[in-house]
Write a protein that binds this ligand. Structure first.
Ligand SMILES: [Zn+2]
Length: 130
């Protein structure tokens, strides 16, 4: 029980609010584009979040979704974007498909991520780079 492997049986899940389940502290690590995640959310370590198994999976999907969404917004504004490279666009499209598939299969309870938002972003990417 130390560092990113920390786990606790106390408290409740910051995602779904479940209690009496094993909770994991989300490892920040690197974002979808390989950048150090802490750089993007310097306050993250000041208020660590704890998630149950299911929500920790969804939290990672949510993080990737946000990263892709943020970079796509930059791209549409004509700013420098990690999605400016064709291979990254391909990765992002695949990842969005994965996320949508997991939500559609009801493998996750969409407490953190809305399926319609994922679908809308996937469509926007396809439309722009068809
Ligand atoms: Zn949860």
């Amino acid at each position: 029980m130390e560092g990113n492997a920390a786990a606790s049986l106390a408290g409740k899940c910051d995602g779904c609010g479940a209690t009496d389940v094993p909770l994991m502290k989300i490892s920040l690590g690197r974002d979808f584009f390989g950048r150090v995640y802490d750089r993007l959310s310097p306050n993250a370590d000041l208020s660590p979040k704890w998630y149950c198994d299911r929500c920790s999976v969804e939290k990672n999907l949510q993080r990737d979704f946000r990263d892709i969404k943020g970079e796509f917004e930059k791209l549409t504004k004509g700013e420098a974007s990690a999605l400016g490279h064709a291979d990254q666009i391909g990765r992002a499209k695949l990842r969005l498909k994965e996320i949508a598939a997991m939500l559609a299969a009801d493998a996750l309870k969409p407490a953190l991520l809305k399926p319609e938002e994922v679908a809308a972003l996937a469509r926007a990417l396809e439309t722009r780079h068809a």
